[in-house]
Design a protein. Sequence first.
Length: 383
Amino acid sequence: MSSREERMQKALASLRGGNAEAAASMLEQLAAEGPVPAATWLALAFARVNLEQSDAALAAVDQALALEPRNIRALLFKADHLDRLGRTRTAVSFYQGALQVASAMPQAPQDVMQGLRRAQDVCDRQAAHYENYLLETLEADGFNRRALPRFSESLDIACGKRPVQLQQPTRFYFPGLPQRAFYERDEFAWVEALEAQTDAIREELLAIEQDAGQFEPYLQSNPDLPKFNASGTLDSMDWSACYLWREGVRVDAVTDRCPRTMAALEHVPLCLIPGQMPSVLFSRLAPGTRIEPHHGAVNSRLICHLPLVVPPNCGELRVGNYNRAWREGELLVFDDSMEHEAWNHSRERRVVLLFDIWRPELEPEERHWVAKMLQAVKAYGEP
């Protein structure tokens, strides 16, 4: 062991033994003789704190962080010290830094776990204080959360209560489209006429349900693909479907039995892409079933739910940061390229007529070339 290493060990022993003055003297001498590692500066910071040399302690830990910006012990030391000085807002930045460093570790060192728990507690308390301050300030000026859902979402995101939710289609992304979770029914001229046919569509559904074997699992495993989908609804009748159109192909055996449903869809702008879209189906969710969060394949379409059978206290559909309940005969229109999930907490089935439409923001020529591209993609993947 070199002379400098021996002196460092003696300094640490003095520090552990409660002789902060001797430790500080030895550590300062080492630093004066030439470059020392971050651990030396951090030890000096601890010694100076014990000597109630507040500013000098901060100077020492800053030297440690200049050498190793991601040194978790130094980050926690500085955060703790600032918090003791009443500079909690500044301390939070260093607590957050320590938590960020810890999140990238397979396992945080045992000796810093208590510090990390303290860091999380301070960050949580400060976040709650910040949120309360913002809300009280805005409400004093007349803010009404219910009247401004988009601003309310932005406030939740700013306070860390909700994530930023953006389109993340798994297959094809069309840029420049609005990041909207739900569209309103009155934005589409054809909705009222479709909703007026709810009873007729439901009658055809009920007739279909009388025959066993008309429904099949909505999610089905593919032997030609890796089985990475761990969803509990995979190959399960808990989430089942009866198709009228499937990947752009009309299912005559079903549509022949549902003439009024097909007539009701005649004026709907379905995505007509041969071999691709639309998909039109009765989507059934069994009692107690939850569809796990996922993203749709493309963002050039919107998904529509016409609720046909909705038991009391059924559940909701979450898209992005918004939740909406199904109401029989009232269409829901949403962007499934955003993260979404659904659940049926009731003791009865829930059934909707599900179909996809073109996004209204796409120009006719853009729709044409999206269709051509998706057909080319499919053709490329065919044997």
